[in-house]
Design a protein around this ligand. Structure first.
Ligand code: 2RA
Length: 337
């Protein structure tokens, strides 16, 4: 029996990526019905899927009566408003927004890292933030083998993390800058073309951004360890798709770079590309459109006893959002509902 799936935010960057992955048809569940939902503004849009034209409907509290699983990718306020209504109607919600991630009653699940947390769900399951997902995937086999004391991460995040309007802004600013024309800014506080902004989301009183705190708090929740030290600096870069991360860790027991490489090569969620002398390491252009987490530059940090450095790259729309949500859907369909 197939599942009845609804996508809330089906016309946005993540919603469209969910549809692309469903069209590729590589997941181990079948669809009985697909309902496409969005805001009033996008209602009426026609989307071709599986040889049929589906009309996008405006999402409201009565949209979920015949739905088994609803994937929400329409921002926190829509999730806060409609996810509880979807659950009341009998659906399980997989939420891509940050609305419920730190709620104790809501499992926060990175596919392949902590599927077991899905069994604790009470209707809502949270997808972690994209930058967290790729980091915890890369660190999971190391955590299990050597333990982790501290993580220091710096990110290089693509504009698609902000959505289609930001991709448009980078596209429009780039030729204008090269032609010495006036640059217009709407989405970011500074020019993003040929620039980098150490500013994702708002700042708190310590000077951390919300994106940085998401990486800290979500990692602790997923790894179920409040004592792991995590500190992050998140940076927006003029890349369309693919977030990159320089991750420095201190393990509890000694792990050589060679053993870390072996652990990562054997982990299902990761692909290692690591031959720097042949200029082989993952880059966002090369991994865009792929579903795995890519790791390279695996090396010991010689400044401390148990230090390792990793370079971690993933397609933020796919692995960091759509694919993670669909892997959770697959797991729920196979083992839980
Ligand atoms: C970003 N992490 O890249 C956000 C998207 N969820 O802006």
């Amino acid at each position: 029996m197939g599942i009845n799936l609804a996508i809330v935010g089906s016309t946005g960057a993540v919603g469209q990526t969910i549809l692309d992955i469903l069209r590729e048809n590589n997941l181990d569940f079948s669809l009985n019905n697909l309902k496409l939902l969005a805001s009033e503004n996008s209602a009426g849009t026609k989307i071709t899927f599986g040889g049929k034209e589906i009309t996008v409907e405006a999402a409201n509290s009565s949209s979920f009566h015949d739905v088994d699983i609803a994937i929400f990718s329409a921002g926190s306020s829509v999730s806060k408003n409609l996810a509880p209504k979807a659950v009341e109607s009998g659906a399980i919600v997989i939420d891509n927004s940050s609305a419920f991630r730190m709620d104790d009653k809501v499992p926060l699940v990175a596919a392949g890292v902590n599927y077991e947390s899905l069994y604790e769900h009470e209707g809502i399951i949270a997808n972690p933030n994209c930058s967290t997902i790729q980091m915890v995937c890369a660190l999971k086999p190391i955590l299990d083998h050597a333990g982790i004391k501290r993580i220091v991460v710096s990110t290089y995040q693509s504009v698609s993390g902000t959505g289609y309007q930001a991709m448009k802004e980078l596209t429009e600013q780039s030729p204008k800058y090269l032609n010495n024309e006036a640059i217009e800014k709407q989405i970011y506080p500074h020019q993003i073309a040929f620039n980098m902004l150490p500013h994702l989301d708002s700042f708190d009183e310590n000077g951390d951004t919300k994106e940085e705190l998401k990486m800290v708090n979500e990692t602790k929740k997923i790894f179920q360890d409040e004592n792991i030290g995590v500190t992050a600096t998140t940076v927006r870069v003029p890349v369309f798709i693919g977030h990159s991360e320089a991750v420095n860790i201190e393990t509890k027991s000694k792990l050589s770079a060679c053993d870390a490489r072996q652990l990562l090569e054997n982990f299902s969620e990761v692909e290692v590309i690591d031959d720097p002398f042949e200029a082989k390491y993952p880059t966002p252009i090369e991994i865009a459109g792929k579903d795995q987490v890519y790791v390279g530059r695996i090396r010991e940090d010689l400044s401390i006893d148990n230090g390792l450095n990793l370079w971690v790259v993933a397609d933020n729309l796919r692995r960091g959002a759509a694919f993670n949500a669909l892997l959770l859907t697959e797991y729920l369909a196979k083992y839980i509902i």
